[in-house]
Design a protein around this ligand. Structure first.
Ligand code: 13P
Ligand code: SF4
Length: 305
């Protein structure tokens, strides 16, 4: 519509005026992904946020923990989260206080914290990971015991790929947890030859029945390189935007129609324009927390260089 063309133009103008860059997660709505300077998975977005030199403002289209990580990694930039209420329910499933208690139970464990967590939880952790490097990070650690928070499904997936003792936390993504093993039967019947590729936040029985497990960017890479002309995808539907754009000859099917993350869908073009116009909503992290959380994030980035 002409309204959205105007809005896109307004965003372009404001972006120049503010010397801003727009980062968007692979689950954002199509229009937002279309105007982003960079779209990626959690790891790619953190790497990008840490490396930005030529912009003063980062508009982060995603959920709060992602913008918070950008603010931790780039403390001299202004980081804006266009929709203040975009949070991650999984990140809210553990507090720093709860983690401190758990650490007392496992004093010798190394704490590996999935980036889907608050800055306070990161500050109490030894190293962060994302879904794309979790197994390799756990394997790289000296310790034989790992306390893995907060995603139980990703932690379980890691535990099956290492000899280390992985202590799990009962957190999960309510969106990915909706996928059930039954969903495979229906979809396999309709498309028997199509590979099924899923995100490691899905249940263990879903992961073991899938042909490939990876982060959102790893899913994109797998699909781009695949010879298959039909592919079934078990992650949030926003991924379809790039899957379809980058693979016009392939057809993608979503494993379960419930794969929609309400929080990832909150940010609109209007929010992005308002963010740039009013410089809202600024994401900041207290210095005490920031310095400690940055150590955990930096260890991950150093490992994943
Ligand atoms: P990725 O790091 O794979 O992009 O995942 C982020 C996320 O929130 C998955 O639900
Ligand atoms: Fe959090 Fe799940 Fe949404 Fe990702 S998809 S932001 S893990 S609720």
């Amino acid at each position: 519509t002409s309204e959205s063309v105007d809005l896109v133009q307004k965003i372009e103008n404001l972006k120049k005026e503010r010397n801003a860059i727009i980062l968007a997660h692979n689950y954002q709505i199509d229009e937002v992904q279309a105007i982003a300077d960079y779209t990626g998975d959690s790891l790619g977005l953190s790497q990008k946020a840490a490396d930005i030199v030529d912009a003063e403002v980062i508009v982060f289209c995603g959920v709060d923990f992602m913008a918070e990580s950008a603010a931790i990694l780039s403390p001299h930039k202004t980081v804006l989260l266009p929709e203040q209420n975009a949070g991650c329910p999984m990140a809210a499933m553990i507090t720093a206080e709860e983690l401190i208690m758990k650490k007392k139970e496992y004093p010798n464990a190394t704490v590996v914290c999935y980036v889907n967590s608050s800055a306070e939880v990161k500050a109490e952790s030894d190293i962060c990971c994302t879904s794309s490097n979790a197994v390799d990070i756990v394997e790289s650690l000296d310790s034989d015991q790992i306390l893995f928070v907060p995603d139980e499904n990703l932690g379980h997936y890691v535990s099956q790929r290492t000899d280390k003792d992985v202590v799990l936390w009962e957190g999960r993504c309510i969106t990915h947890h909706r996928v059930k093993a039954d969903d495979f039967e229906k979809v396999k019947e309709a498309h028997p030859k199509a590979p099924i590729i899923v995100h490691p936040e899905c249940r263990p029985e879903v992961l073991s029945a899938a042909d490939y497990v990876g982060s959102t960017s790893q899913i994109l890479k797998f699909a781009n390189e695949s010879e298959a002309d039909k592919i079934i995808v078990g992650t949030e539907m926003g991924i379809l935007y790039r899957l379809n754009n980058e693979n016009p000859d392939k057809t993608f099917y979503i494993l379960n129609q419930g794969l929609v993350c309400k929080n990832m869908k909150m940010t609109s073009l209007q929010h992005v324009a308002d963010a740039l116009e009013n410089m809202q909503y600024k994401v900041t992290v207290d210095k005490n927390i920031r310095v400690k959380a940055k150590e955990a994030l930096d260890r991950m980035l150093e490992f994943s260089k």
